[in-house]
Design a protein around this ligand. Sequence first.
Ligand SMILES: [Zn+2]
Length: 84
Amino acid sequence: MARFPSTTPGFENRNGQRVIASTGFASETFPGQTVYRMRCVHCGHEYGSNGYDIHLRRCPGHQDGVRGERLREAGPGLFGAMGD
Ligand SMILES: [Zn+2]
């Protein structure tokens, strides 16, 4: 299969699941893949997906899709929480 550029921000699959951005974090379920922030254009639900699954993703909120990858924020505090 050809490698379809479904990881490009703005890409929207047939289920209305749109790529917002790469989180920069490695997938926890699919070695070698990166987790992307996805948003359902129907209900606005946001979740994480590895790049390989983007093209067939369904919304975990209203399309009975799987919950997806843990969505972590790539903020300035990459070295963890300060204090509690
Ligand atoms: Zn949805």
